[in-house]
Design a protein around this ligand. Structure first.
Ligand SMILES: Nc1ncnc2c1ncn2[C@@H]1O[C@H](COP(=O)(O)OP(=O)(O)OP(=O)(O)O)[C@@H](O)[C@H]1O
Length: 294
């Protein structure tokens, strides 16, 4: 795989407070990678460092692409009384691009052909985001960095944007790094999600594997959670956690009869034994909470 970007131990402090703490990862050609973390995790800071907007930091950024890096960091601003086309043409000219066809084609790639004639002040947030991406694409980047592009969009807007980004990555064969604080919004789009919290990477999830999208567990509702977990553990069943009146076991529904038999045999009073399928988002939230404790 061809490496496009390599980050080595990137650290950044603001007023003696660590915003990033030795962040290292690699982006390969053609990958769409999600950078996911709660507010203040350090996503924007990292993206600003990658694109060169923040100059003072520790560590190394190695961009190995042959072309440029395009970015949309924070909500893009445009001239509201100019049309979408005029805005794009203006930015294109600033970058030495005078090819009208290129502007039109890029807008088409983002579903903006009809909107191009309209003034930007009438654009929805989703249209503005897409215009921002179109603008970033005009310089023919090899790597596209998008900071929370789904922020504030409704589910339809999120779905649309996701499809456009997929399309761009395929058509232009570019690498995309996209941030969000909601993992499920990126689940269907990215090959990989890098989970960041308090400035450090706490996990990397491979989203190409189907099994990563849903995890099953069995919740057993009982009177005595401690006694139940003791019985389960004595029978080599992994107890994941205890919560209120429930014991969670690492298993799927095929294992429910075995669990019930065991409970009956050991005179454990139970009210229900049910499979609960956890989404990737639940796993992500668990990860965030686990880290809070440590
Ligand atoms: N210019 C700055 N001056 C001082 N502190 C800053 C500055 N920029 C970021 N920070 C701090 O660095 C930390 C990381 O912020 P950053 O904006 O990178 O997080 P984020 O993950 O992008 O969050 P959000 O989802 O809210 O945009 C936060 O604690 C923030 O307050």
């Amino acid at each position: 795989m061809t490496k496009v970007l390599e980050l080595e131990k990137i650290s950044k402090e603001f007023n003696n407070q660590k915003a990033l703490d030795k962040v290292s990862f690699t982006l390969n050609k053609g990958e769409i990678v999600g950078l996911v973390g709660p507010n203040g995790a350090g996503k924007t800071t990292l993206m600003r460092i990658i694109v060169g907007l923040t100059k003072r930091y520790e560590g190394k950024v190695r961009f190995q692409g042959e072309r440029s890096i395009g970015c949309v960091i924070e909500t893009p601003s445009f001239y509201p009384y100019m049309t979408g086309f005029e805005n794009l043409k203006y930015f294109a000219e600033l970058n030495g691009v005078r090819d009208k066809q290129k502007v039109l084609k890029t807008a088409e790639l983002l579903g903006l052909s009809d909107a191009l004639k309209k003034k930007v002040k009438g654009y929805s947030l989703g249209m503005r985001q897409r215009l921002g991406i179109a603008q970033a694409l005009l310089s023919d980047p090899e790597l596209l960095i998008l900071d929370e592009p789904t922020n504030g969009l409704d589910p339809t807007g999120i779905h649309e944007l996701r499809e456009y980004i997929k399309n761009i990555a395929k058509e232009r064969n570019i690498t995309v790094l996209i941030s969000s604080h909601i993992l499920s919004e990126l689940e269907k789009l990215c090959n990989k999600a890098i989970i960041i919290k308090n400035g450090a990477i706490i996990d990397t999830i491979d989203l190409t594997k189907d099994k990563a999208t849903a995890v099953s567990e069995v919740a057993i509702e009982v009177e005595d959670t401690l006694e139940t977990s003791k019985v389960l553990r004595n029978n080599n069943i992994t107890v994941k956690k205890l919560e209120d009146s429930k014991v969670y076991v690492d298993a799927d529904k095929d294992f429910i009869p075995v669990i019930m038999e065991l409970l009956v045999k050991n005179h454990i009073k139970f009210y229900s034994v049910k499979e609960e399928v956890k989404t990737l988002e639940d796993t992500f939230l668990d990860l965030m909470n686990e880290n809070k404790i440590s």
